[in-house]
Design a protein around this ligand. Structure first.
Ligand code: SF4
Length: 244
């Protein structure tokens, strides 16, 4: 049996040039075309990862217009707002999504771990379950945007993740206004906490309202973190940016 590390390197060697080719070809393409290209590149072997957060309806709506059977992975950290879980059910029904999978952590993760060690908590409640779920796929689709955090400003449309899977970011170039326009144009249901001042919605203990601040403000409000650790560099490093 081939060692995992060698397998990942081998897969990355094939994916990196393919991602570069796709980036060149789809540099100016609209998001739905990028999404179609991703689904065509890995039929049945790619999943969309969604938080069912503040603007998740945009990418999920684009997906639903193309293929409602594509697996949608949601990290159900067991620490989410009740409103998020209800929104997941409502939005999935509204869009007709037929394969939404809730990823739950090991039940032995302590309930109060976030109070003692947020990085360990995110590792056990987010990183590990997502890694486990993605093991059966060769690619993932995310809703990340370049404007969200400093580390995302250079984010490509197509890239290799740490395991050599193809990762696709169809909304990379979208602005906050583009998202707002799409939500309004298609009359998509909004996460109920947006109206209460939450611009970015994660786990309840680590999210606060953030009126007038940036798109990721309110997440880990008492720390300088912007990322939860589920985004990796191609060499396997977990990318976490400390605010300057
Ligand atoms: S966001 Fe907070 S509660 Fe959620 S997994 Fe990370 S540390 Fe834990």
């Amino acid at each position: 049996m081939q060692p995992l590390r060698e397998l990942n390197v081998s897969r990355a060697q094939a994916v990196v040039p393919e991602a570069a080719r796709l980036n060149e070809r789809f540099a100016q393409a609209p998001a739905d075309e990028i999404l179609r290209a991703a689904l065509s590149a890995l039929p049945g072997r790619i999943a969309l990862v969604s938080s069912f957060g503040a603007d998740s309806a945009v990418l999920l709506h684009l997906l639903a217009q193309i293929d409602r059977d594509v697996p949608v992975l949601m990290l159900e950290t067991q620490m989410l707002f009740a409103e998020t879980l209800q929104y997941q059910r409502d939005l999935s029904a509204h869009l007709g999504l037929r394969d939404v999978r809730l990823l739950v952590p090991d039940p032995d993760v302590p309930d109060d771990l976030h109070r003692r060690d947020t990085k360990a908590c995110c590792q056990l409640r987010k990183v590990a379950p997502l890694e486990c779920a993605l093991a059966e796929f060769d690619g993932s689709i995310t809703g990340r945007k370049r404007f969200q955090t400093g580390q995302r400003t250079q984010m490509p449309l197509f890239e290799a993740d740490h395991a050599g899977r193809l990762r696709v970011n169809p909304l990379a170039s979208w602005s906050a206004q583009d998202l707002s326009d799409h939500l309004r144009a298609h009359d998509l249901p909004r996460h109920p906490l947006v109206a209460q001042g939450y611009p970015s919605i994660g786990c309840a203990p680590c999210t606060q309202p953030a009126f007038g601040e940036d798109a990721r403000a309110g997440r880990w409000a008492d720390e300088s973190r912007e990322e939860c650790g589920i985004h990796f560099a191609p060499d396997g490093r977990i990318i976490r940016r400390k605010a300057g």
